[in-house]
Design a protein around this ligand. Structure first.
Ligand code: MG
Ligand code: MG
Length: 255
């Protein structure tokens, strides 16, 4: 079921989104060679705690996963596209890190992700991150009343295709509100003019994940959570929580 949010709810979601943005900024600030993913998780926990927010990630246990998720961030390194567990792995010079974070504040949820490089960047990684950002921007631009979910999907897929990047078909964006995952599903590719109609008060997490090798394949690591590209190529994942409004798309997960 799709829930359309009141304007008051959108304001409350903006505050949850602000906490997510602050947590991601703090993680990015702390990330450098030698820092462990677990330490980055602690950084995000501190931000959530100080804001009085809780984590919708911590203890999340969907049917596909063997164990509840142990962190407040997903930290996905290099060939990991999403759902990386914040382990004791220490970042190395040249790593590509994608960090996904959620926050729940006053009953409302925000969800966003960033991708960035650590230390000296590989030029190809910067190109991949830039393409993923463009895909997200195109998806957000299509998130307007009168369009449909398929218009967002089509916009994201078009950027990925022109960048010769793959997209995992089974994962994409989602409605968001009191729950982190609500209807409708927002695929990262699709046909324009199809799917759920967008209108004022619908809030979506839009989240392209681009695979630099060009293939769509991925596999689940032995931890049961981390998804890695089938060809070993690097991946990037960038996400915002976006409200569809009569005044245009409103990104809720900004500082
Ligand atoms: Mg997310
Ligand atoms: Mg999401």
């Amino acid at each position: 079921m799709v829930e359309i949010k009141s304007d008051a709810a959108l304001e409350a979601m903006r505050e949850a989104g602000r906490v997510v943005a602050h947590a991601l900024a703090a993680v990015r600030e702390a990330a450098r060679p030698g820092v462990s993913l677990r330490e980055l998780d602690e950084v995000a926990r501190d931000v959530l705690d100080r804001a009085g927010a809780t984590s919708p990630f911590l203890g999340y246990h969907p049917s596909f996963a063997p164990t509840p998720f142990p962190g407040v961030i997903c930290a996905s390194v290099n060939d990991a596209l999403v759902h990386g567990i914040p382990t004791d792995y220490r970042l190395q010079d040249g790593d590509l890190l994608s960090v996904d974070c959620g926050a729940r504040l006053d009953g409302w949820t925000g969800d966003a992700a960033v991708s960035f490089t650590v230390g000296r960047a590989r030029p190809a990684d910067l190109t991949l991150i830039e393409a993923t950002q463009r895909a997200l921007d195109a998806g957000i631009a299509a998130a307007v009343p009168g369009n449909r979910v398929g218009d967002i999907s089509h916009a994201i897929g078009g950027v990925a295709r022109s960048a010769r990047c793959g997209l995992p078909v089974d994962f994409g964006g989602h409605g968001i509100g009191r729950q982190m995952h609500e209807d409708p599903h927002v695929p990262n590719r699709g046909r324009p003019g199809r799917g759920y109609p967008l209108r004022h008060g619908l809030v979506l997490a839009i989240e392209p994940m681009l695979l630099s090798g060009g293939g769509d394949g991925y596999w689940t690591a032995p931890d049961g959570w981390t998804l890695r590209t089938a060809d070993g190529s690097r991946a990037a994942h960038i996400e915002h929580t976006v409200a569809i409004t009569e005044a245009g798309p409103r990104v809720l997960t900004l500082p």
